[in-house]
Design a protein around this ligand. Structure first.
Ligand SMILES: C[S@@+](CC[C@H](N)C(=O)[O-])C[C@H]1O[C@@H](n2cnc3c(N)ncnc32)[C@H](O)[C@@H]1O
Length: 385
């Protein structure tokens, strides 16, 4: 609002409060992706051939890390890229190389065999508590290395000169040079200290609570105790975490078995194959400084111009403000509720974004404006005290 204050600074912002029903990272919907902004200052133009000789780390191998080196690059007719890795224990494996521009883990949709609906977000899981059967992941066709041809092979004999492996590593002289503890927080510092390398990671985003439920079902069916499973696998207190559904942020104990443990567990519990690929398929992800593939997080300060209304209502929202809130907080097919509708800006934007909306307004006269701005009003209910 225009301000004539001269004894203090004028207030130029309003807070937007985001409320959720339950304090859990996994129980609410927030789509940052729809609001991401173009990233600046980053170039991302690496070709698969460029990673020949790169160091590979496998942190999914037992509980310790094992290292290897990229020896050969292959490509199939579908443009899937494979990498042959020679590991320090002498083994050679062929790994899928993740497209550098993509998110490190592929999001997965599951189909609920009970109701046939798709499970796409963590928040969808709870809607299927009463459905029968475990949801089935829909995964892309498995790339077949036998169809591929060679793109490039290393001219270096593996491991003959370890210093050649990590590239881009150089003396760090940035702002964290005197505070080593903080370097990990700076992508630039990380890159100059550790160079670029590849990490073997799971290929798909996994909903841990579904896996925990599934493993619990098969464990009860087999009548095996957690202690027995730990004993059989040579662990002390690991198996218990696979059956807990609290997964994610700090202090939560649920975990997903490593690919190797998954198959050992399968020998013990004799479960079926439905989750084998989802849980165990891996790929190599380049650790480098790169922008988020969908753009940068828009941050929590939004600059939005006021938008005066031509109607007889004075405190209308700018449409852009409403758009951002709906895009971020309401999934496709969701319903938006505005308990203080005023001139109906929220209804108009919800309609533009193809969401249904319920508007509540105290002053009956505003209905004329609302109807003008939201031409597809389906139902009007008058509440008289
Ligand atoms: C600031 S305006 C909202 C403007 C709206 N965001 C827009 O873009 O047009 C607040 C509205 O809430 C309505 N209102 C206030 N108390 C209410 C109540 N208890 N129930 C329903 N509406 C109410 C007022 O009549 C007013 O139109």
């Amino acid at each position: 609002m225009p301000s004539s204050l001269d004894s203090r600074f004028s207030n130029v912002y309003e807070p937007i409060f985001l409320f959720i029903k339950k304090e859990s990272k996994y129980n609410y919907y927030l789509s940052l992706d729809r609001l991401r902004l173009p990233a600046n200052n980053f170039a991302n133009n690496k070709n698969p051939e460029d990673i020949i000789g790169f160091e590979v780390e496998d942190s999914l191998f037992k509980s310790s890390k094992i290292k290897g080196q990229v020896f050969k690059i292959l490509k199939d007719p579908e443009n899937n890229i494979f990498v042959e890795v020679i590991w320090e224990n002498g083994k050679r494996t062929v790994e899928i190389l993740q497209n550098f521009d993509k998110e490190s883990q592929t999001p997965v949709e599951l189909i609920c065999p009970g109701c046939g609906k798709v499970i796409k977000y963590d928040s969808d899981i709870n809607n299927h508590n009463k459905c029968k059967g475990f949801p089935i992941p829909v995964l892309p066709p498995k790339p077949d290395v036998n169809m591929s041809t060679e793109l490039k092979t290393s001219v270096l004999f593996p491991y003959n000169d370890y210093r050649l492996i990590r590239t881009g590593k150089h003396n760090y002289k940035g702002k964290f040079q005197f505070s080593p503890d903080n370097r990990g927080a700076s992508p630039g510092a990380r890159k100059s200290l550790f160079g670029e390398y590849l990490v073997r990671q799971r290929r798909y985003k996994i909903f841990q609570p579904i896996i925990a439920e599934y493993l619990g079902f098969w464990r009860r069916r087999k009548g095996a105790t957690i202690k027995e499973i730990d004993n059989l696998l040579g662990y002390k207190d690991t198996a218990g975490h696979w059956f807990r559904k609290d997964f994610g942020s700090w202090g939560r104990g649920g975990s997903i078995p490593l690919p190797g443990d998954w198959f050992k567990l399968k020998d013990i519990l004799k479960f079926d194959d439905i989750y084998d690929r989802w849980v165990t398929e891996t790929h190599l992800v380049l650790q480098t400084v790169k922008p988020h593939p969908k753009g940068k997080n828009p941050g929590d300060v939004w600059n939005i111009k006021l938008q005066p209304s031509s109607e007889a209502h004075f405190a209308t929202f700018p449409e852009e403000l409403v758009r951002r809130c709906i895009e971020a907080g309401c999934p496709d097919g969701g319903v938006v509720l505005d308990p203080f509708a005023g001139s109906g800006t929220v209804g108009k934007v919800a309609c533009d974004l193809k969401r249904d909306a319920i508007l509540i307004e105290l002053v009956p006269e505003y209905l004329t404006i609302i109807k003008k701005r939201c031409p597809n009003v389906k139902e009007i209910i008058y509440v008289v005290e």
